[in-house]
Design a protein around this ligand. Sequence first.
Ligand code: DGL
Length: 287
Amino acid sequence: MSRSDLPIGVFDSGVGGLTVLEALRRRLPAEDLLYLGDTARVPYGTRSPDTVRRYALRVGGHLARRGVKALVVACNTATTWALETLEEAAAPLGIPVIGVIRPGVARALECSPSGRIAVIGTEGTVRGGAYGRALLGARPDATITQLPCPLFVSLAEEGWTEGPVASLVAERYLSPLRLSENPPDTLILGCTHYPLLADVIAEVLPGVRLVDSATATADAVAERLADDGLLRRSTRPGRARFLVTDNLERFQIVGERFLGVIPSPAEVVDLSDEDDRALPHRLAAGA
Ligand code: DGL
């Protein structure tokens, strides 16, 4: 099997990364996708940077050992804290690592005439400030507001993406942006779950452009694979397979809300024995 026939590895703390998987499926229909949701350790959004890095190395390492041609970090919190560590670990294997932040930032900069950009995400993503740094690095005169909206994750998983509860929560989190002296013209949905709430978010922030990093990430993956000569050339449509570290039933029930179909075929993998510290060496040794 040639390298370009290997699947693209995609991982997230749980179900949220399915928004990225869906965007990849649309953008790259010939590619096989291997998704890993770390449902035994979700959520990542409230954990410390070191813990997120350890978890990300463990799941990324597992996918690398199974054989993937690229690794997509389909989680904003893991991209915030672990992208560089993963890039270092995967470099000896020649596996490109693509996170969701750089593509989302590039898309937001294209969308925003005024440079007034807001980012919403988990507590960890906002605390880490990676979006803000990347935006200001590219456009130093930008005005950036970063806001955690943790309840959006539960609403999306519960399927409460419209109606009075979702509207009330969106209004409570986001009306300060609308009422501020310098309201943003662009809002980055900096969490895998938030695209499901795009309609209620748009109601609270009329006229503000919403940037969904899932589609921007899928475009970045397509570009990177083309540059590296790794696009799969086959007439057979790509297939997706799913791995979770716990509670497959819940993953499939909630996952259907994200994907529109039940994520299948899916199986549970136990990563509790896999080392998450010496990973670069183990990867390099092909252990
Ligand atoms: N996938 C996470 C993110 O995009 C949200 C869920 C979690 O906190 O683990 O940041």
